[in-house]
Design a protein around this ligand. Structure first.
Ligand code: NAI
Length: 793
């Protein structure tokens, strides 16, 4: 070709990345990959295997083992026996291993990137410049958390054995997101990669061998969803960390309900990409390409819904089309490729079916002129324009290179449209007016918000969703908590023991106190409200005397209470100083009535006067503690090694259902109520079933403390029945339950429907005098939103 011809044409020539070393590596594996269990490569008993293919060519890359239940047993046993020693190695010992892993990964970076592109179909530019650097960064960053564990988490310890199930869209990166924090915290791991993309996780096992990671600390088992299920249900696994589809995530929530296993779920999304008329449109177009065509749109936080302001919509869409016509689609190993292959024909068919459905429902289809490669599993970048809110493309995660386009007129409409989804993983906001962007960001119900940027990730910044996008966070300090539990011997304080009890104190009801003729009502929307069914139930002392009556709450009462809480949404916006003041008022007003509340506690016949006083005094102290935290439980500012800073902001969950235990009835009530409202939540509380009168006595305290109507609602009655209604309710965002093992299971099970946040006790009585609960409930009362904003240059 002549130079003039090259200049006239200006097309890119092929620039393929060499893959010889990966081909050799694959060839050396000969008959196929075994399982990595207890530091050794093992063949499965049943020897069933399946092929893994390069989606860009259809070539078979290797043969993968389908692990059996016996294999999972072996892997879990290896992790369980390795865990005490791994933990005993201490912070610095574990930090050294994580650091060593990062170093080896750096040396083998190119090989990992090539294998990832061959197995998954993603362009080498992405695996080389994004996946692998972030993988390495994750191990370095968590080497740091391992080192700092003792000083930063002194009251916590490892959870134990962790089962981790990962998807195929970022096989290596997801493995790092799971393994690095688990190991840093002192856990051992059984990890299952996705069936389409097991190869890089198996190569990662070689790195663990290379650094002499103690046997059993990480075990890698391969296979399909049934292998994942065996991990989820294994009795010796203490925590499940899953990334994948919302449907499977929901099933995992159901299967683990009541088991006491900790759970994090990183699930799907339908994330909005909001472009205001005053945005830098050219930058926004580039951002959009990264948002939805990065990794062929197979990204949980992909900006798959474009919301563009009407005045600039036509101009913007024209720019997008022009840009799409220039995207290069093809060989993932070519360094010039922008859009690679879809992971598997099954996924391509799913994408195609959803696009066809969307068009049938009225969307306008647009695809660029560029030719797709003849062979391999490719799908063109696609625009679906004029998408209505009810269209499938506005609601269902397509998980492919398909953008749904909608327009809006003004800011409130943009926010409504953005939040009009059952998901809440991420959002991207584009405006040159930083005031506007930072006004919109807090109003978006999403775990991550990018301002004038998109798809930015870093190990220091938490990642995870609101609503049905999942539970918990990965990355950052909040991600570490997901792999830790409070130490068994956490400090207790003030607890009145029998030894200090005055032996002369008689544990019997105090006559005359309860006012039998009085029937306490519910407390809903700032007012006392009669039970819907008109029924009341007797409250008895331990020796069977009637102490009073309370309303028998039912489904309707709970619904009314939730509605009242819903209307009190502005509580979340009240400033922290005011919320702290109101909690102090509650403490102050309660303290005036010490004698009366102590008498009430004694009247149930299970506590002496001195025990009642200790409970009351601790309750006052607890209120002070939470008042103090209200304006001090702050977020963080991360400085990721990228342009800008990330604000990790604590946001209230929304409406919390709280079911109180019978033990320490006043202290438990206050301990659960105060952090919830301190963090800006509204609550519907079901007080102790046996001793509800303490909560009903509390009404006057609330009334005299200026708490706005609807922020605190109290419904008395049969705890498990009422909490079931709360757990089933779509408008309730979280449920805290302290009761029986069966009740805990019921709450976790019912919460799976819309993936509510739950905090339950599995029937184990909590020590309400212990201080450990204070910080934990502040964390449970919040979602962390990570907002990436431009800062500096
Ligand atoms: P999936 O959720 O079925 O697979 C993810 C992982 O879960 C894989 O390792 C799989 O083997 C495992 N798994 C499957 N069934 C399981 C079960 N019952 N118990 C335990 N583990 C199980 O996702 P799939 O079928 O590969 O993709 C379907 C759709 O899911 C995609 O089109 C996309 O919409 C969504 N998805 C979302 C991801 C995300 O990152 N949010 C990742 C992958 C898929």
């Amino acid at each position: 070709m002549k130079v003039t011809e090259i200049f006239n044409d200006m097309s890119y020539g092929p620039a393929p990345e060499a893959n010889d070393s990966v081909k050799d590596w694959l060839a050396n594996k000969g008959q196929g990959f075994g399982l990595f269990i207890d530091g050794q490569w093992q063949q499965s008993d049943n020897a069933k295997t399946f092929e893994t293919k390069n989606p860009a060519t259809g070539d078979v890359l290797g043969t993968i083992t389908q692990a059996t239940e016996t294999d999972i047993d072996k892997a879990v046993a290896a992790a369980k026996s390795a865990q005490p020693e791994w933990q005993a190695l201490g912070s610095h010992g574990r930090a050294r291993y994580l650091y060593a892993i990062a170093r080896v990964l750096q040396k083998r970076a190119r090989q990992f990137a090539v294998l990832e592109s061959m197995d998954n179909g993603k362009p080498i530019r992405e695996s080389r410049d994004i996946d692998v650097p972030l993988l390495i960064r994750h191990f370095y960053h968590h080497a740091g958390w391992a080192q700092l564990l003792d000083s930063e988490f002194p009251e916590f310890e490892a959870v134990g054995v962790v089962g981790q199930i990962i998807p195929w869209n970022f096989p290596l990166l997801m493995a790092a997101w799971k393994i690095a924090p688990a190991l840093a915290a002192g856990n051992c791991v059984v990890l299952k990669p996705a069936e389409y993309t097991s190869l890089t996780a198996l190569m990662l096992a070689e790195v663990f061998e290379e650094v002499n990671l103690p046997k059993g600390v990480v075990n890698i088992v391969t296979g399909d969803g049934s292998v994942g299920e065996s991990i989820v249900t294994h009795p010796d696994i203490n925590k499940i960390a899953f990334t994948g589809s919302t449907n499977v995530g929901r099933m995992i929530r159901e299967k683990t309900a009541g088991s006491g296993k900790k759970l994090t779920l990183e699930l799907g999304g339908k994330s909005p990409f909001v472009v205001f008329a005053d945005a830098d449109l050219d930058s926004a177009v580039e951002g959009l390409v990264d948002a939805i065509w990065f990794n062929q749109g197979q990204v949980c936080c992909a900006g798959s819904r474009l919301l563009v302001q009407e005045g600039v919509a036509d101009e913007f869409i024209e720019k997008v089309k022009r840009r799409l016509n220039n995207l290069r689609i093809g060989d993932p190993l070519d360094k010039n490729t922008d859009v690679g292959a879809i992971v598997d024909p099954v996924q391509r068919e799913r994408i195609d079916a959803l696009v066809n459905q969307s068009v049938e429902q009225g969307a306008d289809l647009w695809q660029p002129d560029s030719q797709l490669p003849q062979d391999g599993c490719f799908y063109p970048p696609t625009l679906l324009c004029n998408v209505e809110s009810s269209n499938v493309a506005a609601n269902v995660e397509i998980f492919g290179p398909v953008l749904s386009v909608m327009t809006f007129r003004h800011q409130p409409e943009a926010i409504d449209l953005a939040n009009n989804t059952r998901y809440g993983l991420a959002a991207s906001v584009w405006s040159e007016n930083i005031n506007k962007a930072l006004d919109v960001a807090p109003q978006l119900k999403a775990g991550v918000v990018w301002v004038n940027s998109t798809n930015q990730f870093d190990a220091a910044c938490g990642f995870g969703g609101y609503k049905e996008s999942g539970l918990g966070r990965e990355g950052g300090k909040e991600g570490m908590y997901e792999y830790l539990k409070p130490k068994a011997n956490s400090v207790t304080k003030n607890q009145p023991s029998n030894a200090t009890q005055d032996p002369k104190t008689k544990l019997q009801p105090v006559a005359g106190i309860p006012g039998i003729d009085q029937t306490a009502k519910h407390y809903i929307n700032g007012k006392q409200a009669r039970a819907d069914n008109g029924n009341t139930i007797k409250v008895l002392s331990s020796d069977g005397q009637t102490l009073g009556r309370v309303g028998e709450g039912n489904r309707k009462d709970i619904r009314n209470a939730v509605e009242a809480a819903h209307k009190a949404a502005s509580w979340a916006k009240t400033d922290t100083h005011l919320r702290a003041q109101l909690l102090y008022y509650i403490a102050e007003n309660l303290s005036y009535r010490r004698a009366e509340f102590c008498q009430r506690l004694v009247s149930f016949g299970t506590q002496s006067q001195s025990q009642a006083e200790a409970e009351f005094d601790t309750a006052i102290e607890r209120l002070f503690t939470y008042s103090a935290w209200t304006d001090k439980y702050e977020g963080r500012v991360h400085q990721p090694p990228l342009k800008g800073v990330t604000l990790a902001m604590n946001e209230p969950l929304g409406i919390l259902g709280i079911a109180c235990p019978d033990e320490s009835p006043l202290l438990a009530f206050v301990t659960m109520l105060a952090p919830a409202i301190a963090m800006g939540n509204r609550v519907v509380v079901v007080p102790s079933q046996k001793m509800p009168l303490l909560a009903t006595d509390f009404y006057q305290i609330i009334e005299t403390s200026d708490i706005p109507a609807g922020v605190i609602n109290i419904v008395t009655g049969e705890r498990d029945g009422l909490v079931k209604v709360l757990a089933d309710h779509d408008q309730v965002d979280g449920v805290w339950y302290q009761g029986s093992a069966e009740g805990s299971q019921q709450v976790e099970l019912a919460s799976a429907a819309n993936l509510k946040r739950t905090w339950v006790n599995y029937g184990k009585a909590h020590d309400w005098y212990a201080n450990d609960v204070s910080q934990q409930l502040l964390r449970e009362a919040c979602e962390v939103k990570n907002i990436w904003i431009p800062y500096g240059d």
